[in-house]
Design a protein around this ligand. Structure first.
Ligand code: PEP
Ligand code: MN
Length: 244
């Protein structure tokens, strides 16, 4: 892991062509990691559930084509063998308190990106991280991705203060995901930059080559061009605030 990571890619892997095209585009825009989920946990059973094993296969193909390391969500430890070539395992917000999953992942020799549950406190997030470290996996990255509040103008309320609050309480890297944090593509850039200014060690952004047609989370998907603009500004902010 570098000092500052930019994870970008689609919410879901939709096809081999889609993920390879996006991988090359986000790399060109300055991303350092490719994201893409193959097993989706959806609220509505009629929604796209992901490509399953093929999705992981296509993600690995995109990794090979682009040279970018990859991250993908795991929610069922019985499928761990599929993730052999996945560089970082993501525990989604719905699974943050799945302690059986955390205990199993504590034995895996890969970094785990642990997303904060939408209704979980910072203390609860740290307890979940402890399940991973207690079992032997010290390579934990925390990720703020918005919490559910009374506000309805945004999908979630991006808790920028969580970044500093977590840094004050632990030594884990803290990433921010303004895509799920806002649910609105027009707000992704400002919240990404706010997170960088607040000291985030990485940002995760949902990027699609045809945002309106994304199979999941279309409303928050940004284009590779917008990503490029965010990367440029994020690096400027980091330089201005954190580098001598
Ligand atoms: C995701 O990053 O793909 C995702 C589903 O995020 P979250 O678990 O934060 O909703
Ligand atoms: Mn998503």
């Amino acid at each position: 892991m570098k000092d500052f990571e930019i994870i970008a890619g689609p919410c879901s892997v939709e096809s081999e062509k889609q993920i390879i095209e996006i991988a090359l585009a986000v790399k060109e825009a300055g991303a350092t990691f490719l994201r893409g989920s193959a097993f989706k946990l959806r609220t509505c059973p009629d929604s796209f559930q992901g490509l399953g094993p093929d999705g992981i296969k296509f993600l690995i193909k995109a990794k090979e084509e682009s040279g970018l390391p990859v991250i993908s969500e795991i929610s069922d430890v019985r499928l761990i063998d599929l993730y052999q070539d996945v560089d970082v395992l993501q525990v989604g917000e719905r699974s943050m308190q799945n302690t059986d999953l955390l205990k199993e992942l504590s034995k895996v020799d890969k970094p785990i990106l642990l997303k904060r549950g939408r209704a979980c406190t910072i203390e609860e997030l740290l307890y979940s991280a402890q399940y991973l470290t207690d079992g032997g996996n010290k390579n934990v990255i925390l990720c703020e991705r918005g919490i559910r509040t009374f506000e309805t103008a945004t999908r979630n309320t991006m808790d920028i203060s969580a970044i500093g609050a977590l840094h004050a309480l632990c030594n884990f890297k803290v990433f921010a995901d303004p895509s799920h944090g806002t649910g609105r593509r027009d707000l992704v850039e400002s919240m990404a930059l706010a997170a960088v200014a607040a000291g985030a060690d990485g940002i995760m952004l949902e990027v699609h080559n045809n945002p309106d047609k994304a199979y999941s989370d279309a409303m928050q998907a940004i284009t590779p061009e917008t990503l490029k603009s965010i990367v440029k500004k994020a690096l400027k902010i980091r330089k201005a605030i954190f580098e001598d």
